[in-house]
Design a binder for this molecule. Structure first.
Ligand code: NI
Length: 182
């Protein structure tokens, strides 16, 4: 893995649409990247961040939804139940809030930063964040959940992203448009 200067990638950047590869051997470099991702998440006032959002197509996520920091490698959802609907924002799709229906209770299998297997049970907000971040590893974004009418409504915003300069800083209102920034 190459050394990357981590910055939030914005909609239109192809890295967000690629599937992330599974990590085979966990080295010090991954631990460093996970720490940098956590730092980037906190700096951006996010509660979750997936590696593609930092320009890396490898299966890593960081989450802190108020119950402590998770740094996970190769996370997979192995069990789902119930349902919940939230207005989700995404650090990579600033200025948009999309209603997304997801499972309310999930079990996630993953490795920690030292390669230790974990079995995590989550529900409510934390379950929502896990599903959002794991979607990122599949190249899936909240805009993919938009209804037909919503897609028409957000078309201009999405086209605007493609025209803006790469890594251009977000305006305050864009950054704060949705309560949940994932
Ligand atoms: Ni996101």
């Amino acid at each position: 893995m190459e050394k990357t200067e981590l910055k939030i990638r914005i909609f239109g950047d192809p890295v967000l649409r690629k599937k992330s590869t599974e990590i085979k051997a966990i080295t010090l470099r991954y631990r460093e990247v996970l720490s940098q991702m956590a730092q980037l998440m906190y700096e951006s006032d996010g509660i979750g961040l997936a590696a593609p959002q930092a320009g890396i197509n490898e299966a890593m996520i960081v989450i802190d939804a108020g119950s402590g920091l998770y740094k996970l490698i190769n996370p997979k959802i192995v069990k789902v139940g119930g349902s919940q609907v939230n207005q989700e924002g995404c650090l990579s799709v600033p200025g948009l809030c999309i209603k997304v229906r997801r499972a309310n209770k999930i079990t996630v299998k993953a490795l920690d930063e030292f390669g230790k297997p974990l079995n995590i049970q989550a529900e409510g907000l934390l379950a929502c964040v896990f599903q959002h971040e794991i979607d990122h590893l599949k190249g899936k974004l909240i805009v993919d959940y938009a209804s037909f009418l919503e897609k028409i409504r957000i078309k201009k915003t999405l086209e605007g992203f493609k025209k803006r300069v790469k890594h251009e800083k977000l305006s305050e209102s864009e950054a704060k448009s949705c309560k949940l920034q994932l």
